[in-house]
Design a protein. Structure first.
Length: 271
């Protein structure tokens, strides 16, 4: 009987420990996420929050929704998704001068997924805010892709803050090239393409992503993505496609005019 009682007590303790372990894990994740949020706030002055309701979206989108001009689907992030994106966000933020981030960015929202008019959207910006989402239930959710979303959206804030030389950028495009521009047609185009990556014809036109066809801003954004996350790919494109090389030079000049800090990322050899 003693052996049986000891066995029962032993098994009870195992179950108790296991129960405590599994129920405490989510709390541990949440505590770690809170610590990272605090660290980002202290270092850069940026608040990071989960986006859980459509009223948190950019005011222009909220306005269109109220007027029934658009349909929205917002998925809040899980604790694990929020914690994972915080780690990626820390990597992205470290690539910028802290003073520059503090000057231009107050709030970063992280979401589990977002659709507008049926189309998947992974990033938005509004004034001093960024909205970063997972690629819904499909597509690329790699750390590299998620980090690219930050650089994509933050480059838009910098474009507006430091008077990007738009005419010089446009002058690099082929004479027969046109962006889509129209929002409705952009949405149709994005729903029709099967990959974010460019094909050979697009590369020859100076696009480093199929999304760059949408408008000049997104064209610039997609270059910024690669500069900060995939220098080998941008080097390959520069060495092969003359228009991409010229656009890279325009972008490099712009970023270095903001801060010499960015020289460490614009390292491609230009022959």
């Amino acid at each position: 009987m003693k052996n049986l009682n000891h066995t029962r007590i032993f098994m009870y303790n195992i179950v108790l420990v296991a129960t405590l372990f599994f129920t405490s894990c989510p709390d541990a994740v949440e505590q770690n996420a809170g610590a990272q949020c605090l660290q980002i706030k202290q270092k850069y002055g940026i608040v990071v929050e989960k986006i859980v309701q459509t009223s948190q979206l950019p005011s222009s989108i909220v306005f269109r929704q109220k007027n029934k001009e658009t349909t929205l689907e917002l998925i809040p992030p899980t604790k694990a998704q929020f914690f994972n994106y915080l780690k990626i966000l820390n990597l992205a933020l470290a690539k910028y001068p802290a003073s520059l981030l503090a000057k231009h960015l107050d709030l970063v929202y992280i979401g589990g997924g977002y659709r507008e008019n049926g189309g998947i959207i992974t990033g938005l910006y509004e004034k001093r805010k960024l909205y970063l989402f997972y690629n819904h239930s499909q597509g690329d959710n790699s750390d590299a892709f998620l980090e690219q979303t930050f650089h994509h959206e933050f480059s838009s804030i910098l474009i507006q803050a430091y008077n990007f030389p738009a005419f010089e950028w446009l002058a690099q495009n082929p004479k027969n090239f046109d962006y889509i521009i129209n929002p409705i047609k952009i949405n149709e185009y994005m729903n029709s393409i099967t990959t974010y990556h460019p094909n050979k014809a697009q590369l020859e036109q100076g696009l480093v992503s199929s999304y760059g066809k949408a408008n000049a801003e997104n064209d610039i954004n997609t270059y910024a993505e690669l500069v900060f996350t995939d220098p080998e790919k941008i080097q390959s494109y520069i060495s092969t496609y003359p228009i991409i090389k010229q656009k890279y030079i325009v972008l490099k000049t712009f970023y270095l005019s903001i801060s010499p800090h960015f020289g460490k990322f614009f390292t491609a050899e230009i022959n």
